[in-house]
Structure formats: structure tokens, C-alpha cells
Design a binder for this molecule. Structure first.
Ligand code: FES
Length: 173
């Protein structure tokens, strides 16, 4: 269920768009930011606000890998597997992460810290292999860099190896 504050933020977006339906992606981002994932209740709330059926909201939420419909760990690791990153080692990087975390892609570690996802292009194609963890990009990855990033996050909750936040959707929402 969305908070009243989230509903208000979504309604404040209406004047920026030609119709309410066009707010769907921004509304989903607000819901995910608030809850860490998009629950069925949140999709129903968005449907009411945007005058869409729950199925219309669901089909948008499931089309984009940036949205997750299940609770995720504290750190959501999204590794790009699309061509440019695949050609420079994304596959072996994903296998390394699976081995390091003791899970397969799509799962969360038992301590609730890390969720690993394989996703399509994250628009960092010239800097692959790359991944996004929560709102931060990590680029030109090697297995050593990945190990250091995981250690940094466990120890400090952040890593200086981040190359920067992915800004555009955050500014929209
Ligand atoms: S192909 Fe990996 S970010 Fe685009």
C-alpha cells in the first residue's frame, strides 16, 4: 500500500504529463523508492490514481527490469548482461558474484544483504562490464573490483569504487 505522501507526490506529477497514464513509470519509481519493491497493493493504488486497471499497471511494472515485484535485500545488485557488457565478460562476472554470494541470479542472500539480478542494458555500454547497486553505477568491473565492492558495502555501507549515481529516473521521480 502506498503512503499518503507517495500518493501526493504522484498527483503532483499530473500537470507535467499529457494524461495520467503517462505518469505510470514515474509512479512506479516512487512506489519502489518507498517500499524497496512494488507490491500488489501499491500497483492497485497506482491504478486508482492513474485511472488504470491493475493489469495495466502490472504489465508496465513487469516489462522493465528496473522494477522488482518481490522484496529485495539491502543491496540490489543488477548486472547488465546485454551485448556490449557480455562481450567484455559480464557472464563470468555474474558467475563470480553467484559463487561469492552463494546464490544464483534472482535470489537474495540468507542474511538479507544482497539480491542479485541479471538485467538488460543499463545505458553504461561503453564502460562494461558494469552493474548497478541500488542507485550507484559500478563500471569497468573485474572480479577483484567486485570483491572489494562487496567488502566495502558489508563494512561501510558504501564503496568509493562507485562511478556515480544513475540520475535521470531519480530526477523524474
Ligand atoms: S550493454 Fe551493458 S550497459 Fe548497455
Amino acid at each position: 500500500m502506498l503512503s499518503e505522501a507517495a500518493k501526493t507526490r504522484i498527483q503532483e506529477l499530473f500537470p507535467r504529463y499529457p494524461d495520467k497514464r503517462s505518469c505510470t513509470l514515474a509512479a512506479l519509481r516512487i512506489a519502489q523508492k518507498e517500499q524497496g519493491y512494488i507490491s500488489e497493493e501499491a500497483m492497485a493504488d497506482i491504478g486508482v490514481l492513474l485511472e488504470l486497471t491493475p493489469v495495466q499497471v502490472y504489465e508496465t511494472a513487469t516489462f522493465y527490469t528496473m522494477f522488482t515485484l518481490q522484496p529485495v535485500g539491502k543491496y540490489l545488485i543488477q548486472v547488465c548482461r546485454t551485448l556490449s557488457c557480455a562481450l567484455v565478460g559480464a557472464g563470468s562476472l555474474i558467475r563470480h558474484l553467484e559463487q561469492k554470494l552463494g546464490i544464483t541470479a534472482g535470489e537474495t542472500t540468507p542474511d538479507g544483504l544482497f539480491t542479485l539480478k541479471k538485467v538488460e542494458c543499463l545505458a553504461g555500454c561503453g564502460a562494461g562490464p558494469m552493474m548497478q547497486i541500488n542507485d550507484e553505477y559500478y563500471e569497468y568491473l573485474t572480479t577483484d573490483k567486485v570483491d572489494r565492492i562487496l567488502e566495502d558495502l558489508r563494512r561501510d555501507g558504501k564503496s568509493s569504487l562507485a562511478s556515480g549515481p544513475f540520475l535521470i529516473p531519480l530526477q523524474m521521480a
